[in-house]
Design a protein around this ligand. Structure first.
Ligand SMILES: Nc1ncnc2c1ncn2[C@@H]1O[C@H](COP(=O)(O)OP(=O)(O)OP(=O)(O)O)[C@@H](O)[C@H]1O
Ligand SMILES: [Mg+2]
Length: 218
């Protein structure tokens, strides 16, 4: 079975070269890290580690926001740097993140509806504005928010918890839409259905995060 997402022997070293191309001592943020996430059976894997051990670097690699110094990140068996346009869209849809500080994700000039409307439009989750409205309301209800208390407001008018829950709702959108026809696999980085770490070792000076907890959702 092809893994949903896989990080294979990945290392990330920051600052290994000076601005003039000279070798210099770099910071090993991640060292020879391997982890596999399947889309079934459902499971949760928690990656824990001391501050500076590379957790954020790992997530940035998995999202394709940074490239590994060595090693590979694969989505359904394909290097995420070499995905076709179609597969890249499917990757963006399958892998959802919920940021630690959701305030940074919001654009203060937009109402919070915007963070829900963008994925609905992008992934064509609704056929018209009425369906989009129903979908937003159902998803907000699913995370324990009252649409009338949240939609139409700006981020600063909500509590930190409400802002965070809206981001959870956003991550759920691609899986709960009753209006979509395409199947969704959703192996989220924040809430992956199945993760099976196969190896992890420590970089110099810091402990690389360990995917320690494996929970099979059944
Ligand atoms: N852009 C960067 N340039 C240079 N060094 C970096 C960069 N990003 C991270 N580092 C270094 O890489 C190491 C891992 O950082 P990372 O942010 O992944 O840690 P973390 O486990 O998420 O820490 P925390 O729990 O504090 O959020 C740290 O030593 C950090 O200083
Ligand atoms: Mg971090």
């Amino acid at each position: 079975m092809t893994a949903l997402i896989e990080i294979r022997n990945a290392s990330k070293i920051f600052g290994g070269k000076s601005r003039f191309g000279k070798d210099q001592q770099g910071t090993v943020a991640l060292n020879d890290f391997t982890m596999t996430v399947h889309d079934a059976p459902p499971a949760i894997t928690a990656v824990v580690g001391e501050s500076g051990s590379g957790k954020t670097t790992l997530v940035r690699l998995l999202l394709g926001l940074t490239t590994p110094t060595s090693g590979d990140v694969l989505y359904r068996g394909v290097d995420i740097r070499k995905l076709s346009k179609e597969s890249h869209l499917s990757f963006l849809r399958d892998v959802q993140t919920i940021m630690q500080d959701p305030y940074e994700v919001y654009n203060p000039f937009y109402k919070v509806d915007h963070v829900l409307k963008v994925p609905i439009d992008k992934f064509k989750l609704a056929k018209n504005p009425a369906e989009a409205q129903i979908l937003m309301e159902e998803t907000l209800n699913a995370v324990g928010l009252r649409p009338e208390d949240t939609l139409g407001r700006h981020p600063h008018q909500l509590s930190g918890g409400q802002r965070q829950r809206i981001m959870v709702a956003r991550a759920l959108l691609t899986t709960v839409s009753p209006f979509t026809t395409a199947p969704t696999a959703n192996g989220s980085v924040a809430n992956c259905r199945s993760c099976s770490p196969s190896s992890a070792s420590s970089p110099r000076g810091a402990a690389t995060p360990d995917p320690v907890a494996r929970w099979n959702g059944g």
